[in-house]
Design a protein around this ligand. Structure first.
Ligand SMILES: Nc1nc2c(c(=O)[nH]1)N[C@H]1C(S)=C(S)[C@@H](COP(=O)(O)OP(=O)(O)OC[C@H]3O[C@@H](n4cnc5c(N)ncnc54)[C@H](O)[C@@H]3O)O[C@H]1N2
Ligand code: MOO
Length: 401
C-alpha cells in the first residue's frame, strides 16, 4: 500500500485538470452564489451627480454666513431646476442632487427657519460645510472594472452589479452532483422495522453543503455494501459532473468502493491522504466525470467535503480561488503535539479565541454540530499553549451565519 499523500498535493492533483463548466447569462438578482465568468464593468456612474448625504439646506460654497432666502427644494428623485445666487438656499434631502452652483450644506439640526429665511442656529456652532457632499463618481465611474472574473456573487456584489446598471451577468455553470451513501447498515428514513439501522446522514449533509454553492445535488437512496450494487449506483449517477460516495473507502472486508469503481471503468487517481480525519479519501475519473470517494465516518465526510468537494465545485463553477480560506486565531487552552497526519480538530469560540473540543472521534456528529471552527494542526506540530496562533476554518458566526 502506498503511503498517504500530503493534503496540498492531493488538492492540487484534484484541481489541476478541472475545466470550469460552460457559462450562461442570467438575471443579476438571481446570481447569488454563482461565479463571474467575466469582469463586472460599470455601465453607469455612482453617484451620477454630486449628492447630499444629509437632510438640511444647500447654499453656495462662498456664501456660508447666512441668512439665506429659501428659493426651492431638491429632494431625492426631484432635483432643483434653478440656479442658486448669493443669499439663497434650497431645502435638500439625503440622496438629493446638489443644485448647480451649490457647494455647502447646513444640517437642519444646525439651522433655524422663519418665514422663508434660513439662519445658522448657533453663531458659535456648526456652519455650512462641503463635508456632506457625496461627489459624483466617488464610488465608481462608468467603464470601471468593479470585480474580477472568478469572483463569487454575494449579497453585496449583487447590489453593486445592480447599482452599476448591470441587470444580467455572465456566470459559470452549476455542477450537478450525485451523492451515494453506501453501507448495509444504512436506512434513508427512520425505519421501525429496522431499529438497529443507522440513518444515512452523510447524503443530506453533503447536499446541504453543495446547495450553498449553487450546485445541484441529487441524493440517491443508500446502497448495499456489494460491488454489484455500488457499480449499478455509479452507472445510475453517470449523468452528473461529480459523483460523491461515502463509505466503503477503507480496507475492511466490506469496503468495495475501489473495486466497484474499477468494475465501472473508472481510473483511480489517488487513494489516501495524510489528514485526520479523512485518510481513506479517493479520487477517480471516468471520462469527464470526477468521483470523490469520501470516508463513511460523518466527521471525516464533512471535513473532506470542505477540503475537496467544495473546492472542486467552486472550480467547476468558475471560482478564481477555490480552496477554503483559513485564518489565524488565538488558542484558548492548549493542544498536544501534532501527529503523523495533518489534523482538523473541531473547535469552539471561547475567551476571545478558539478552544478544541475534547471529543475527536470521527463519528461524533454531536461534537461536530457544536463546532464553530476547524482547527488545523500541521504534521508533527509542537504542543501549542494558550495564546498561541493556530489556523482555523470558520464554520459558524462568519458570513451570513
Ligand atoms: N484496519 C483499518 N481500519 C480502518 C482504517 C484503516 O486505516 N485501517 N481507517 C479508518 C478510517 S480513518 C476511516 S475514516 C474509516 C472509513 O471507512 P469507510 O470509508 O470504509 O467507511 P465505512 O466503514 O463504510 O463506514 C465508517 C463509519 O461511518 C458510518 N457511515 C457510513 N456511511 C454513512 C452515512 N451515509 N451516514 C452516516 N454514517 C455513515 C458507518 O456506519 C461506520 O460507522 O475506516 C476506518 N477503518
Ligand atoms: O480518516 Mo478517519 O476519518 O480518521 O476516522
Amino acid at each position: 500500500m502506498t503511503p498517504p499523500i500530503p493534503l496540498n498535493e492531493a488538492q492540487a492533483r484534484l484541481l489541476q485538470d478541472v475545466v470550469p463548466l460552460g457559462s450562461e447569462t442570467i438575471e443579476t438578482a438571481a446570481a447569488c452564489g454563482r461565479y463571474l465568468a467575466e469582469p463586472l464593468v460599470a455601465r453607469r456612474t455612482q453617484p451620477v451627480a454630486d449628492l447630499s448625504s444629509m437632510d438640511g439646506y444647500a447654499m453656495r460654497a462662498d456664501d456660508t454666513g447666512g441668512p439665506w432666502q429659501l428659493v426651492g427644494e431638491s429632494a431625492a428623485g426631484h432635483p432643483f431646476a434653478g440656479t442658486l445666487g448669493r443669499g439663497e438656499a434650497v431645502r435638500i434631502s439625503t440622496g438629493a442632487h446638489m443644485p448647480t452652483d451649490a457647494g455647502a450644506i447646513l444640517l437642519q439640526e444646525n439651522a433655524c427657519t422663519d418665514a422663508g429665511t434660513v439662519r445658522v442656529a448657533d453663531p458659535e456652532g456648526d456652519r455650512p460645510t462641503d463635508r456632506y457632499i457625496r461627489r459624483k463618481g466617488f464610488d465608481f465611474t462608468a467603464g470601471d472594472t468593479l470585480l474580477n472574473g472568478g469572483t463569487r456573487i454575494d449579497a453585496a456584489s449583487l447590489a453593486l452589479a445592480m447599482a452599476a446598471g448591470v441587470w444580467q451577468l455572465k456566470v459559470g455553470g452549476r455542477p450537478v452532483v450525485a451523492i451515494i451513501d453506501s453501507g448495509d447498515e444504512l436506512t434513508a428514513h427512520a425505519d421501525p422495522a429496522r431499529p438497529d439501522a443507522l440513518p444515512a446522514s452523510n447524503g443530506p449533509m453533503l447536499a446541504a453543503m453543495c446547495s450553498e454553492l449553487a450546485a445541484r445535488a441529487l441524493v440517491q437512496p443508500p446502497v448495499a455494501d456489494s460491488r454489484r450494487a455500488l457499480r449499478e449506483s455509479l452507472e445510475a449517477a453517470a449523468g452528473a459532473d461529480v459523483i460523491v460516495t461515502t463509505g466503503g473507502a477503507s480496507v475492511g472486508d466490506h469496503d468495495h468502493m475501489r473495486t466497484a469503481l474499477a468494475d465501472w471503468g473508472a481510473t483511480i487517481d489517488f487513494w489516501r491522504v495524510a489528514i485526520r480525519p479523512g485518510k481513506p479519501l479517493l479520487v477517480a475519473r471516468k471520462g469527464g466525470i470526477i468521483v470523490l470517494g469520501l470516508p463513511g465516518n460523518p466527521v471525516s465526510a464533512f471535513v473532506t467535503a470542505h477540503l475537496f468537494l467544495l473546492p472542486l465545485l467552486r472550480r467547476m463553477g468558475g471560482a478564481g480561488d477555490p480552496l477554503p480560506r483559513f485564518i489565524d486565531a488565538r488558542l484558548s487552552g492548549s493542544l498536544p503535539v501534532g501527529g503523523a497526519r495533518q489534523e482538523f480538530m473541531r473547535g469552539v469560540w471561547a475567551e476571545g479565541g478558539v478552544a478544541a473540543i475534547a471529543e475527536r472521534d470521527s463519528s461524533a456528529l454531536h461534537a461536530l454540530a457544536n463546532a464553530d471552527v476547524l482547527i488545523e494542526r500541521p504534521i508533527g506540530a509542537p504542543a501549542a499553549l494558550h495564546g498561541d496562533s493556530v489556523r482555523v476554518l470558520v464554520l459558524k458566526n462568519g458570513g451570513n451565519a
